[in-house]
Design a protein around this ligand. Structure first.
Ligand SMILES: Nc1ncnc2c1ncn2[C@@H]1O[C@H](COP(=O)(O)OP(=O)(O)OP(=O)(O)O)[C@@H](O)[C@H]1O
Ligand SMILES: [Mg+2]
Length: 494
């Protein structure tokens, strides 16, 4: 089942297992018929018959001595004997195996006028340990059967032989198939049915147990109890359903976790945004009040300082509101990108210039590793500038003084890969999957001291998604972080 929801092997299906039971049923039927009928039954009867009638040949040989000179009398005698012994056939043969007389209680035709004498000589010289011995039956093409034989006239030069066979001469046309094999068939069918039912029952019992376990899991899931996964390690249809159910549980649990996190983040956002709005507003309000109430006593320098503070706080407010607007436009799918060819390295260079003041304040070194010659990308330069600004601003914010920020481009067959690495505080592994979520900020205390709303990376990721690109991060906590993404290379046929 791949998941794992993968391919289901036919050999594990219930259909296959049931087929095996059926095949077993029929095979056992057939095999028992052949084995019992042919081997045990027939062989047993043959041996018993030959032992029981071993002397009959000799008795017949002695009995026909008085009439053997007269063919008609001989034939009449043989006929009279078989009349009294149904199922017996009598033959008088010469030493070459020619049948001189034959008699049977049922109408029979002489099909083999001459037979091999070898079995007859073998019988005459045998002991019961050699039984059963088969002879060709002169009145049948196919059958061989046990017999009893003896020499009639031991002293004469051309000896004759008396042979008695039992059940010989082929099938009794009077007996129906059912009469001959009915008991055997009934017995084997019943036996096979018992085996097949037992096998079926065992399979069915296992199946029912597993269905009950699965149903219990689903019931637990409905009531929200823990431990709802279905434990099933087989590889058939039912285990596929179990795997699909387990996958669904995993996905729903994942979605629930995400929702809870989102809800928590949103709650925190309201607090953060209120706080972020409140702080500059309070500063602006305080400064304006001072200016209005004490305008007469304020010198020009203090006035300039207060106005600059008001200006900075308004700029901060404006940025925050801008970010909120951007994320909501991105979230509602209203942002459209308009692409054109441009050089990523040039855009990066001009973004670095924008941040020169902050880079200088923290004495950060910027390393450029732009692959030469530069190749243009096909993207929206305004939006990509926004991405670069956010990434560079993060690198500056989260890198201590004297650190290094490296910007690099690498040309691949279809894309230009961009990366920005810093030697800053890095991101704990368990947080890397959350930092792209709107309003998420690292729980690290030193991050909390840095200003921000946790919208930057969410905006970057969404903008890059519009460019069919993915923003990825690699970081070692305490040793810096690298963010990277790829943009489609511009070609004249783009
Ligand atoms: N270069 C980096 N080094 C270490 N941590 C980082 C880096 N970039 C981002 N982070 C972590 O990811 C979090 C989310 O970053 P993001 O840019 O979305 O928000 P922010 O910078 O805190 O706020 P904003 O960008 O909205 O002003 C950050 O708070 C920080 O914890
Ligand atoms: Mg940021």
């Amino acid at each position: 089942m791949n998941s794992e929801s993968g391919h289901l092997s036919f050999f594990h299906t219930l259909t296959f297992k049931l087929s095996v039971v059926l095949v077993l049923f029929f095979s056992i039927n057939g095999i028992s018929l052949v084995l019992w009928d042919q081997k045990d039954l027939l062989e047993g009867i043959k041996l018993d018959t030959q032992i029981a009638y071993a002397d009959e040949g000799r008795l017949l040989a002695e009995a026909v001595v008085p009439v053997i000179g007269d063919p008609e009398a001989t034939q009449a005698y043989l006929d009279s004997v078989t009349y009294n012994y149904p199922g017996m056939e009598l033959f008088i043969l010469d030493s070459a195996g020619n049948v001189l007389h034959n008699a049977s209680d049922v109408p029979s035709k002489l099909i083999r006028p001459q037979i091999s004498m070898a079995p007859i000589f073998a019988f005459i010289n045998s002991t019961p340990d050699d039984y059963p011995i088969d002879v060709d039956i002169p009145t049948s093409n196919e059958l061989k059967f046990v017999f009893s034989a003896a020499r009639i006239n031991p002293t004469e030069e051309q000896p004759l032989y008396a042979m008695v066979t039992f059940l010989g001469g082929g099938d009794d046309p009077e007996l129906s198939f059912w009469a001959k094999y009915g008991a055997l068939l009934t017995r084997t069918i019943l036996f096979s049915l018992a085996i097949a039912s037992l096998t079926g029952l065992i399979i069915w019992a296992g199946f029912t147990r597993r269905v009950n376990l699965a149903a219990a899991s689903v019931r637990r899931y409905k009531t929200g109890t823990n431990g709802v996964k279905i434990e099933d390690n087989s590889h058939d249809e039912l285990s596929h359903v179990a795997h699909a159910f387990n996958e669904m549980v995993d996905r729903v649990n994942g979605m629930m976790d995400e929702l809870v996190l989102k809800e928590k983040s949103r709650g925190e956002l309201v607090a953060t945004v209120s706080h972020e709005l409140q702080t500059p507003l309070t500063v602006i309000q305080g400064n304006i009040e001072t200016l209005v109430l004490h305008q007469d006593q304020i010198d020009a320098e203090t006035m300039r300082h207060k106005l600059r503070t008001i200006h900075n706080q308004i700029k901060h407010l404006s940025n925050l509101i801008g970010d909120l607007a951007t994320i909501s436009i991105l979230d509602t799918g209203q942002m459209k990108i308009s692409t054109e060819p441009f050089l990523l390295s040039e855009l990066a260079e001009s973004t670095i210039e924008e941040f020169e003041k902050f880079l200088g304040e923290k004495h950060l070194t910027v390393v450029r590793q732009f692959q030469q010659p530069p190749e243009p990308v096909e993207a929206d330069p305004i939006r990509i500038r926004q991405v670069l600004r956010n990434l560079l601003s993060n690198a500056i914010k989260f890198t201590p003084e004297q650190g290094t920020i490296t910007l690099a481009t690498r040309v691949t067959a279809l894309t230009i890969e961009f990366s920005i690495s810093d030697t800053g505080i890095g991101i704990p592994e368990h947080e890397t999957k959350h930092i792209f979520t709107s309003f998420y900020r690292s729980q690290k205390s030193n991050t909390q001291k840095v200003k921000g709303t946790g919208l930057g990376l969410a905006i970057c990721r969404k903008i890059l998604k519009l460019h069919e690109s993915e923003l990825s991060v690699q970081s070692t906590e305490g040793a810096g972080a690298t963010f990277s993404f790829g943009l489609r290379r511009y070609t004249s046929t783009n």
